[in-house]
Design a protein around this ligand. Structure first.
Ligand code: HEC
Ligand code: HEC
Ligand code: HEC
Ligand code: HEC
Ligand code: HEC
Length: 476
């Protein structure tokens, strides 16, 4: 009891006496208000009602609110020291500090002030926080607010996963994922503010493993069997001659008897590899775990010296790395859009001209749109006056489509251009499957990872003008 009385006399009373000044009182009110908002958020978050998974909320709850809290705390001693100095200078320091007494008007005035200031601060801090959270939770926030996400945002709405939230694939479910994402989100926002983000932004090894993301929605054991693909291409001649390829992909999977087959069956869970670049394009070492537990090692004949680095077990993302934001090659994009009728294949040389214009380099997206439009108009006006006067609407549409394809794939300010983000599903435009299946990854006994075309697919028709098989199937 004596200790407590001493504490009251020597510490509490002087603290309250000097603390009764505007600066300290505002500090106390700020600290209380931000603490209340923070506690409210934690409660909502722990109970999981209306809690948000948005990674950038960290900026509010990990930086701004604690910042206000600490700022308030700092104001309290600053006010105390200031009042002490002020009273000392006036020679008004009391020999005995007044008792804590609720009937003392000066003390009551201080309490009233704190209560009112806390209330006002609470309303301000609470409203600002609520609005910030609501804003960061809009579906567009991740993709649009932050201009550095523009490339992924552009490719996303046209992908199969347009309806899947960014967080589904980029954040691991549960507390660790949440905390990790918030720390990362905050770091990234600071990088954007300081202009110290990399260009282009690459995924590297930052993505959670597929079992924590893709497999929430996809069954790894699905038996997909064969998949029928028809690819339409246009030529660089005046008529934009159309040809088709038919590929039957042996996707396979696991059948009802547990037997693994095809492309999916061959890799899942039993292939690991070492990549020597952050984009995982150069793979000198591959290991395959056999049924008896032994590991067959395949080493690239290009590899020099010992191969070291972390081993990664292949999962969905190693092949489907562009599931939600596939950037196209100019050829691929133009072929796809022309197959939908725009640009119209009736415009002479539109395929050839389109490719030349899209591949040219421009300082900005605005310049690209302007130059692509004027060049295509000039081309038809000077070379094909009849087309120019007769098919003006189609020429306009061609210019618009070319500019749109360019806009979806090239972002000069992020140094994202054709080919910056390789697609691993295939082997024609990027190394893809041939990072390993190139015929030169061998075991010690010179057995190589297969390069035989028919293991992966049947090429039913390759670049034929009118494949008979499509007609037989009634597909033309
Ligand atoms: C269906 C899953 C999925 C969804 C949905 C998704 N992403 Fe991705 N994202 C990926 C994968 C997989 C990669 C890794 C690509 C690689 O390794 O090449 C990636 C990579 C990225 C990268 C790194 C740069 C790049 O293009 O490789 C950024 C930035 C990104 N995503 C942003 C977003 C944004 C913003 C959204 C929402 C608008 C989003 N992602 C939605 C799966 C997804
Ligand atoms: C929130 C659920 C969800 C998540 C998470 C998800 N997907 Fe999908 N995915 C779908 C749906 C739904 C479809 C079917 C879309 C359709 O048929 O229009 C689909 C289609 C696909 C397809 C076939 C279409 C195509 O683009 O070739 C592939 C491949 C695919 N997903 C891979 C992935 C990969 C890889 C991941 C993880 C990086 C992933 N998905 C994460 C829901 C999801
Ligand atoms: C070794 C590479 C590879 C791996 C690993 C892989 N896939 Fe595939 N997957 C393919 C190929 C190739 C196709 C067929 C090509 C296409 O769809 O354009 C395909 C097709 C698909 C399809 C489309 C099926 C359809 O009917 O349209 C889905 C969905 C899919 N994969 C999901 C997954 C999921 C989920 C995983 C992880 C559990 C996975 N894939 C792992 C290569 C792979
Ligand atoms: C990281 C290296 C790697 C990548 C990338 C890779 N594979 Fe494989 N794949 C292997 C290994 C290793 C084997 C097993 C080879 C063996 O047993 O001889 C294999 C086996 C296969 C098999 C079975 C071969 C057989 O003889 O039955 C198919 C089919 C296959 N892969 C298709 C693909 C496709 C399609 C892609 C691209 C979408 C791809 N792979 C990408 C490493 C890879
Ligand atoms: C390791 C598996 C694998 C091997 C081996 C392989 N391919 Fe492919 N191939 C693929 C995949 C995956 C695709 C892309 C499917 C898609 O676009 O969805 C593809 C696509 C194609 C296409 C379609 C055209 C296009 O523009 O996409 C052609 C043509 C082709 N391959 C030819 C060949 C030839 C010729 C060989 C033999 C020298 C071969 N492939 C060997 C996996 C393989």
């Amino acid at each position: 009891m004596a200790d407590f009385d001493n504490f009251k006399k020597n510490w509490l009373r002087p603290f309250l006496f000097y603390g009764n000044n505007r600066i300290s009182l505002i500090g106390g009110a700020l600290t209380t208000a931000s603490a209340l908002v923070l506690i409210g958020f934690w409660v909502v978050d722990i109970l999981g009602h209306g809690g948000s998974e948005n990674p950038y909320l960290g900026i509010i709850f990990d930086l701004i609110l604690p910042g206000v809290f600490i700022f308030g705390l700092v104001l309290i001693p600053v006010g105390i020291l200031w009042r002490r100095r002020h009273l000392k200078a006036l020679g008004q320091v009391p020999s005995i500090y007044p008792e804590v007494n609720f009937s003392d008007p000066a003390f009551r005035h201080g309490i009233d002030f704190v209560v009112i200031a806390t209330f006002i601060n609470f309303v301000i801090v609470g409203t600002a926080t609520y609005r910030g959270v609501a804003y960061m939770d809009t579906p567009n926030f991740c993709g649009q607010t932050c201009h550095v996400m523009a490339p992924e945002w552009g490719a996303y709405p046209v992908s199969t996963h347009a309806g899947v939230a960014c967080t589904e694939c980029h954040i691991t479910a549960g507390l660790t994922g949440f905390v990790h994402a918030k720390v990362n989100g905050t770091k990234q926002l600071l990088m954007v503010a300081a202009h110290s983000y990399p260009t282009p932004i690459m995924a590297g090894d930052k993505l959670p493993p597929a079992r924590e993301t893709c497999l929430k929605c996809h069954n790894p054991n699905a038996n997909i069997g064969d998949k029928f693909l028809v690819k339409t291409s246009y030529g660089d001649d005046e008529k934009n001659s159309v040809t088709k390829s038919i590929v039957i992909m042996h996707v396979g999977g696991r059948d009802q008897f547990g037997h693994l087959s095809g492309i999916h069956g061959a890799h899942m869970g039993h292939i690991e590899y070492i990549a020597t670049d952050s984009n995982r394009q150069t793979i000198p070492w591959v290991g395959k775990t056999n049924d008896d537990g032994s590991v067959t090692e395949f080493v690239s004949s290009d590899a020099k010296g010992p191969i070291t680095g972390p081993k990664r077990v292949m999962d969905c993302i190693d092949c489907h790395n562009r599931a939600a934001h596939s950037f196209d090659t100019p050829e691929e994009a133009l072929n796809k859009d022309m197959a939908q009728g725009r640009p119209s294949a009736s415009l002479p040389f539109v395929h050839k001209q389109g490719l030349v214009l899209m591949k040219a380099s421009y300082a900005s997206r605005e310049e690209a749109t302007a130059k692509i439009t004027s060049s295509i108009e000039n081309f038809y006006r000077s070379q094909y006056p009849a087309v120019w006067s007769g098919q003006r609407a189609q020429i306009d549409q061609a210019a618009k489509t070319l500019a749109t394809i360019y806009d979806r794939n090239v972002f000069p300010f992020m140094k994202v251009t054709w080919g910056s983000h390789p697609n691993n599903l295939g082997h024609n435009d990027y190394p893809g499957c041939f990072r390993c299946h190139d015929g030169s990854h061998n075991t010690k006994t010179a057995k190589s990872i297969t390069n035989d075309c028919s293991t992966c697919h049947n090429l039913v028709a390759t670049d034929e003008p009118n494949p008979k098989q499509l007609a037989d199937l009634g597909m033309q």
